[in-house]
Design a binder for this molecule. Structure first.
Ligand SMILES: Cc1ncc(COP(=O)(O)O)c(C=O)c1O
Length: 452
C-alpha cells in the first residue's frame, strides 16, 4: 500500500471547540497579537510545539496505574532504568523533570567562565544553560544546514573541519565537551548521519574530548539514517539508535519528544566521577536518584514511551506525515526549509511577504493570519524570537508548524494546508506589527504587539 495511515485507532477523544472568524479576531486582539497569550481552548489546531504535546498510548496509560510512588527505590524507577539501559547501553541514568534540568546539571558541572561548548546548533535552553554557567555556546553546523533551499540529506551534520579549527583556536583545555543535537531542532529538525557522528567522535578522540548528544529526537534521527544513509536500510532503528548512543560519552534527553510523554527528561553519563557529582546536584534541586522530580507514574509512561518510539511503523507515519504537510505547502508556492525535518515544517515568511520589513515581523504577521483564518497556532522563529536590542538580526524570518506526536489525523493536516492556501492567496493583505511591550528576556513569550 502507498498510503501510510496513522498506525493507531482512537480510543479516547478530546473535543475541539470551533470558533468563528469574528471570535478569533477578538481573541487575537485581546491577546495583543501574541498567540502565546491565547487560551488553548480557543485554538483549533495547535502547532506551537511538539514538546510534551503528544498523545500517550493505551499501554502508557495502563502503565501509569502501576506507578510506584515510593520516595526511594520505586519499582517504576527500575523499570524506567532498565528500558533506557537496554536502548542506550548507558549505566548512569538520571531521571529529570525535563530536558533543560539535565542540561542545567551537566553545565553546572562542566561549564563555567572561559569554557567553550560546540554543537551543530544549540537549542535555546541548552545555549541559555551554557551561557548561564559563564561558558560560550558555539554553533558549527555544515554550511548546507544554513541554507533553507539546500537539499542535503543530513543538514544537521556538525562540520568536523570547523570543529578542529575551533579546538586549535581556543585550545582543547577550554572545551569541556562537544555536543551534537539529534535531530537539529534549531536548524529545522534536520538529521545527523552516523558517518558524521563517527567523524565528530574521531575528532573528540584525537583531542581527548568527551562527546555528548542532545538526544531529544533520537528515534526520528535514527529513522532518517535508515532511510537516507547508504548501507543502513537493512538495519533496525533500534540497532541504529544503539550505535548513536554507543558513540557518545553522555546525553541529555527531553522525553517530551521521543519519550512520547507529556513530562520528563534524562541525563545519561559514562564517567563515574561526573556521574557522582551529577547525582549530588540531582538530589539538591530535582529529587532523589530514583525519581528525579517526577512521579513514579511519569517514569512508567517514559519507560513505555521509549519502547513505542522505536516502532518502525510509528516512525514511518511520523516522518511521512510531517513531509506530507511540507509537500502541500511547497505545492502552494510557500518557501520552506527543505527537505522537511522530522517534527516540524518551517515556512520562510520573509519570502512570503517581502513588503513587510524584519522590523515589522513578517513571521508574526503570518502567525496571526493563520490563527485568524483557521484557529491554527504556529510560532514565529525570526526577529521576534531572536531580535531586539543587543541581538544580531536573524538570517531568516521563519514560522514553525510543529506536529505533536499521534495527535492530529491526515484530515487535520489537510485542513491546515487549506488554511495555508487561503493565507497564501491573500498574502498581499498581511499586516506587519510593532512591539508595544518588549520584555528583556525571551520576549516572544510575553511581548505585546499592535498591527501597523
Ligand atoms: C533539541 C532540544 N534540546 C533541549 C530541549 C529542552 O527540553 P525541555 O523543554 O524538556 O526542557 C528541547 C525542547 O524543545 C529541544 O528541542
Amino acid at each position: 500500500m502507498k498510503t501510510i495511515i496513522e498506525p493507531f485507532r482512537i480510543k479516547s477523544v478530546e473535543p475541539l471547540r470551533m470558533t468563528t472568524r469574528a471570535e478569533r479576531e477578538t481573541i487575537l486582539s485581546a491577546a495583543h497579537f501574541n498567540v502565546f497569550n491565547i487560551r488553548a481552548r480557543d485554538v483549533l489546531i495547535d502547532l506551537l510545539t511538539d514538546s510534551g504535546t503528544g498523545a500517550m498510548s493505551s499501554f502508557q496509560w495502563a502503565a501509569m496505574m502501576q506507578g510506584d510512588e515510593s520516595y526511594a527505590g520505586a519499582e517504576s524507577f527500575y523499570r524506567f532504568r532498565d528500558r533506557v539501559q537496554e536502548l542506550t547501553g548507558f549505566d548512569h541514568i538520571l531521571p529529570t523533570h525535563q530536558g533543560r534540568a539535565a542540561e542545567r546539571i551537566l553545565f553546572e558541572l562542566v561549564g563555567g567562565e572561559g569554557k567553550v561548548v560546540p554543537n551543530n546548533n544549540h537549542f535555546d535552553t541548552t545555549r541559555a544553560n551554557i551561557e548561564h554557567s559563564g561558558a560560550q555556546a558555539v554553533d558549527l553546523v555544515i554550511d548546507e544546514g544554513r541554507d533553507p533551499a539546500a537539499r542535503h540529506p543530513f543538514k544537521g551534520n556538525l562540520d568536523p573541519a570547523k570543529l578542529e579549527a575551533l579546538i586549535e583556536r581556543v585550545g582543547p583545555e577550554r572545551i569541556p565537551l562537544v555536543m551534537v543535537t539529534v535531530t537539529n531542532n534549531s536548524g529545522g529538525g534536520q538529521p545527523v548521519s552516523l558517518a558524521n557522528l563517527r567523524a565528530v567522535r574521531d575528532v573528540c578522540d584525537r583531542y581527548g574530548l568527551p562527546f555528548f548528544l542532545d538526544a531529544c529526537r533520537f528515534a526520528e534521527n535514527a529513522y532518517f539514517i535508515k532511510l537516507r544513509e547508504p548501507g543502513q536500510a537493512e538495519r533496525s532503528v533500534r540497532a541504529i539508535v544503539r550505535e548513536m548512543f554507543d558513540l557518545a560519552d553522555g546525553a541529555t534527553i527531553s522525553a517530551k519528544k521521543d519519550g512520547l510523554v507529556n513530562i520528563g527528561g534524562v541525563l545519561l553519563l559514562r564517567d563515574e566521577s561526573l556521574a557522582q557529582r551529577a547525582d549530588a546536584l540531582l538530589i539538591l534541586t530535582e529529587g532523589f536518584l530514583t525519581y528525579g522530580g517526577l512521579a513514579g507514574r511519569d517514569l512508567e509512561a517514559m519507560a513505555q514511551g521509549f519502547e513505542e518510539v522505536v516502532d518502525e511503523d510509528y516512525l514511518a507515519y511520523r516522518i511521512r506525515s510531517t513531509a506530507y504537510l511540507g509537500e502541500k505547502l511547497l505545492a502552494l508556492g510557500y518557501r520552506i526549509v527543505e527537505p522537511p525535518g522530522g517534527h516540524a515544517i518551517y515556512i520562510d515568511a520573509g519570502v512570503l511577504c517581502p513588503r513587510i520589513p524584519a522590523a515589522e515581523f513578517p513571521g508574526q504577521a503570518l502567525v496571526c493570519a493563520l490563527y485568524r483564518e483557521a484557529g491554527i497556532r504556529a510560532v514565529e522563529i525570526g526577529s521576534v524570537m531572536f531580535g531586539g536590542e543587543g541581538h544580531e538580526p536573524p538570517a531568516r524570518e521563519l514560522v514553525r508548524l510543529a506536529i505533536p506526536r499521534r495527535v492530529y489525523t491526515q484530515s487535520h493536516i489537510d485542513y491546515v494546508a487549506e488554511a495555508c492556501a487561503a493565507v497564501y492567496e491573500d498574502r498581499e493583505l498581511l499586516r506587519g506589527l510593532r512591539i508595544v511591550n518588549d520584555p528583556p528576556y525571551l520576549r516572544h513569550f510575553t511581548a505585546k504587539f499592535e498591527e501597523v
